[in-house]
Write a protein that binds this ligand. Sequence first.
Ligand SMILES: *[C@@H]1O[C@H](CO)[C@@H](O)[C@H](O)[C@H]1NC(C)=O
Ligand SMILES: *[C@@H]1O[C@H](CO)[C@@H](O)[C@H](O)[C@H]1NC(C)=O
Ligand SMILES: [Zn+2]
Length: 658
Amino acid sequence: MPPPPPPLLLLLLAALAAAARPRCPLARGTTGDCHGPWAADSATCVDMPLRTCSDVAYNQTAFPTLLEHRSREAVEASSEYILLSVLHHLLEGQCNPDLRLLGCAVLAPRCEGGRVRRPCRHVCEGLREACQPAFDAIDMAWPYFLDCSRYFASVEEGCYDPLEKLREGLDVEEALPSGLPPTFLHFTHHSYAQMVRVLRRTAARCAHIAKTYSIGRSFNGKELLVIEFSARPGQHELMEPEVKLIGNIHGNEVAGREMLIYLAQYLCTEYLLGSARIQRLLNTTRIHLLPSMNPDGYEVAAAEGAGYNGWTSGRQNAQNLDLNRNFPDLTSEYYRLAESRSVRSDHIPIPQHYWWGKVAPETKAIMKWMRTTPFVLSASLHGGDLVVSYPFDFSKHPQEEKMFSPTPDEKMFKLLARAYADVHPMMMDRSENRCGGNFLKRGSIINGADWYSFTGGMSDFNYLHSNCFEITVELGCVKFPPEEALYTLWQHNKEPLLNFMETVHRGIKGVVMDKFGKPVKNARIVVKGIRHDITTAPDGDYWRLLPPGSHIVIAQAPGYSKVIKKVTIPARMKRAGRVDFILQPLGTRPKQLLLGPRRSGSGLRDPPGGASRYGEPEEPGQEPLGGRRQPSVGGSKPWWWSYFTSLSEHKPRWLLKY
Ligand SMILES: *[C@@H]1O[C@H](CO)[C@@H](O)[C@H](O)[C@H]1NC(C)=O
Ligand SMILES: *[C@@H]1O[C@H](CO)[C@@H](O)[C@H](O)[C@H]1NC(C)=O
Ligand SMILES: [Zn+2]
């Protein structure tokens, strides 16, 4: 074999080749003077020698590669290969492992039966579209060797899908004992593959009321799979409130993950069997279950095994981030603003500096999910104690680790927490055999900061950034219970979960429209005495959770006069009272006056141009990511350039944008 040519020379050659004969690798039939294995009738397949590509779906490759590297050493010394090896970290888990597998398909092409096969162009194009923003965010150019038109082939040319394995991962082998009816609840722990399978099967069995979808990927590339139940799955319906239940945010707290897997099966089965209660719930509510928000952490915990699991192994995600500390700390922001009289405790924007820190892909996925769905109610399921806690989780005095720190919606949050705790037999158990007994005298509910204060929690973020009210449920003292305990856990938590979801219908809901019946989105629903406004969704619909009693409710939007109504919420209600508002335009008064009634400082908290919070393409991955690292100025290299310092001369200048 000739010695490997210097990579820089190769790059030049590649660039020249591309310029001179851009279609060469794609040419069909005769390949003329094209080089490379795609042109050869035959290649010598060798076992995959590259560590970074060891998990591709095939096991043989060939030299030279599509970039004309002639040996394993040449590939390993190349900047392309180094990029693939570190991409995961550079992009903080975004688009991975997809991008790495795509790159491997070029650097270690698939060889099969003595022929090299090329990856599909449409897969490359799809990924480029999805991942370009992640590159833009770190000021990196799209790598030349992922040029979809150059190294990839069409379906007619017999390409293969290099990401096939990722999709397969969601479609796993029979994991449940066959012969059992599909309605049979299996009280076991579920591996990732088993969980995905159960959710998919459940959605298939209840296809008219259920659907699975992914909200993104974990750092290690596992889909964050959600199962949704509603009369019309896949779409928001006017005035139908949306609930989310999230399990396993701490990877080693696994009871919630199992509860939600069982709940999905239970909802499906009971609906099919005609249970009036479940049918009513699903006919009037859109329910989203995310059994595992931290599937990577779960793997770590599960490897240690049930029962034994230590207190913290697997708590964090694969980047060692505690996801329940990783959300923007808006609570500090709220306390800071509280010093001025015009304080508002809703729709506080994410401060720019948040994006300069490490943001987990799991956290981003939740934030994006919250932006695209008008959630009203949520619960996050934990383990390690037996109690229901509610916001704020961060103490109003930073030095006080235990201090009652209520939200303006204290009454409602207590009611929500009680909806869970009051029907949980162990939370109400007065005997010696319950755990976490110190909460019993409070009815097993507690204000989060009164328990212990922390910042960056998901519940505070839900409340201060969106219309969603989230509580935290600690399901029991054992974080990773033995399998024998799961049946009892389900028996204890089934009713609390149902009862909690049903409370989404406490309060009022309705539509805000103008005099022509046109919905007004982003209108504010103000309740006198509660400094926390709710905003309308794109269809003009809103939900305002409210405790029993009389309330003065005001609807307002820029350009319209306020409408004020008095409502009375009865002590027992099963269905939200409907209160619609028709707003009259303020007429021809100048715009400044229209903005007059809005409290000072509100401009700061409104999305620019009054953009909708939901359904707009303004997703967290975009603008905020851009602010994470400062663009390089004055010729200095971007921060990630240091990853390539081991390359003495052939540094990947093609990654530099400027
Ligand atoms: C390589 O893959 C092929 C096809 O998937 C399979 O038949 C073969 O056993 C594999 N070989 C090795 C060494 O794993
Ligand atoms: C729920 O909706 C289905 C389909 O519209 C209907 O057949 C069923 O009777 C409804 N059940 C209840 C309890 O509302
Ligand atoms: Zn936890």
